[in-house]
Ligand binder design. Structure first.
Ligand code: HEC
Length: 154
């Protein structure tokens, strides 16, 4: 490799990394300054709580575990069933569900002591990081949804 080719390769690699950086920054680009700060706080707490309460089964990267624990990362269920997802954190979940075309039928245990705020933070984290749906799930959103959880089958 001569010197010129080397210089070109370095330049191309530099631009590839620069573009990656831009993409990451853009994720929050549509938000105003205060929302961004609040979102970062929710994400920080949400990640911490996710690691305590959820990562054992769904894994830290949200990939799930074989046919036992469904993935959260890029899960079609996550986007289509907001209410069930929020309710499930406190009330647990059981029965057959299909996630990305694969059937799961195991029991997710309830966490009766989890607060609305903790649910909001975890929900913000999983929707932003695993579903690429960048937004704050607020305390009010959660409080409203929790009032209407279907706990009959649980
Ligand atoms: C003991 C293991 C376990 C823990 C801990 C756990 N889950 Fe689950 N989760 C499951 C199982 C099993 C299912 C599938 C339930 C079924 O078959 O109906 C599930 C289903 C889900 C689903 C719906 C399916 C999908 O992949 O999109 C979501 C969302 C979810 N869990 C989120 C969470 C969150 C958030 C936490 C932490 C607050 C959590 N889970 C903690 C085992 C667990």
């Amino acid at each position: 490799m001569n010197r010129q080719t080397g210089a070109w390769i370095i330049l191309v690699v530099f631009f590839l990394f620069a573009c990656e950086g831009e993409k990451k920054k853009d994720r929050f680009g549509h938000l105003d300054y205060r929302t961004k700060i609040r979102l970062r706080q929710y994400l920080g707490e949400g990640k911490r709580l996710y690691e305590i309460h959820c990562a054992n089964c769904h894994q830290a990267d949200g990939a799930g575990l074989a046919r036992l624990y469904p993935p959260l990362k890029n899960s079609d269920y996550l986007l289509a069933n907001r209410q069930e997802v929020i309710c499930g954190m406190r009330h647990g979940q059981k029965g057959e569900i299909i996630v990305n075309g694969i059937m799961y039928n195991m029991e997710m245990p309830p966490i009766p002591s989890i607060t609305d705020l903790e649910i909001a933070e975890i929900a913000t984290y999983i929707y932003t990081e695993f579903a690429d749906s960048v937004h704050i799930v607020t305390l009010n959103d959660v409080a409203d949804i929790m009032k209407n959880c279907d706990t009959s089958a649980k």
